[in-house]
Ligand binder design. Sequence first.
Ligand SMILES: *Cc1c(COP(=O)(O)O)cnc(C)c1O
Length: 434
Amino acid sequence: MESTKIILDENEMPQKWYNILPDLPNPLDPPLNPATNEPIKIEELEPIFAGELIKQELSSDRYISIPEEILDIYRMWRPSPLYRAKKLEDILKTPAKIYYKYEGVSPPGSHKPNTSIAQAYYNMKEGTERLTTETGAGQWGSSLSFACNYFDLECKVYMVRSSFEQKPYRKSLINLWGGSVVPSPSNETNFGRKILKEFPDTTGSLGIAISEAVEDAAINDNTKYTLGSVLNHVMLHQTIIGLEAQKQMEMAEDYPDIIIGCCGGGSNLAGISFPFIKDKLDGKSDVKVVASEPSACPTLTKGQFRYDFGDTAETTPLLKMYTLGHEFIPPAIHAGGLRYHGDSPIVSKLVDEGLIDAISYHQIEIFDAAIMFARTEGIAPAPEASHAIKAAIDEAVRCRKTGEEKTILFNLSGHGHFDMSSYDRYFSKKLSDD
Ligand SMILES: *Cc1c(COP(=O)(O)O)cnc(C)c1O
């Protein structure tokens, strides 16, 4: 049997990120200052974000060099493996070929360090001493803590309360790498105190946690804020996934007809798909790209494409994106990383223009897919990543019915080793579909 593991040599690791902004068929609508409804000025972002990250946010350079210090840390786990899911294909009896890129090999266990390392690095270079952020499932918080450790930055994480309670070991991981973490809403910010007073029993939301982390950065001089998804520079850093996958698909002498990623804020989907979408825009392929999201937080499938705040307290710039409204508080589903009311403006634009399709799934069918995957491919997937698995299985089953020999590529964005309590609930039939 041929090998199902496609490994890229370290010397072949991409040295540049791909920036899709100059290749978009139509330019993005600019972020607006909510007070004036005018496009936001760079100076207005400087108290919150590192200068280099603001530059990347607006850059029209197609390729941006990855600094050597970042490549050095990437090399701890990159290039990440690409697998052909032969055993899954067999059990599905599909003529389709299924490949997946596995981002769970990073020390925190997901794709998120691809950007946390970059964000911590640029902040360190510019003299920042402390970073704040929010985290949903805890993947981003632990990834930022991991990155801050390497660049001697303090790290403060506001963690959505429902996850803080569901995923205690993600907290431990944040502490392990030296970061500190509080449940959000917390008593440590004005906004947190206000929410706690009004809704003492709230399970929290990413929107609330973002407001707290931004407030903390705004009032502390040595502190900047970081975001694990949604923003253009995050999409940029994640393209290393797709750039590697392009080389690996070439090694496999194949090319994807369908690319799938789960979608919370859009970054792992952007990472795997943008380099291939460039091929499509260049007329070199006709790849179909699919965003898979939870029906409990159906931003792309049920939301509106309009300007909205990124957070609940209305402190962020207005972004043009698919949104369920910044006051939306999603139910406490187990794919905590997909519980965001908005989405990346770039991914939203591509959905609006028909270059990305969106689909949504219920929680129980996601766990069914995760179990099938674990029992064929062996990896215990994160509930977030299982949304991509489910969509890939559905495509493969469709191919079984039509006889089409499609090539499917999906991003397995992370492992589920810290999600065992969710799996336990599934096995004891305590999971429900909201
Ligand atoms: C955070 C996270 C996601 C969702 O975020 P995106 O920005 O949409 O990628 C998906 N999978 C895993 C494993 C995550 O940690």
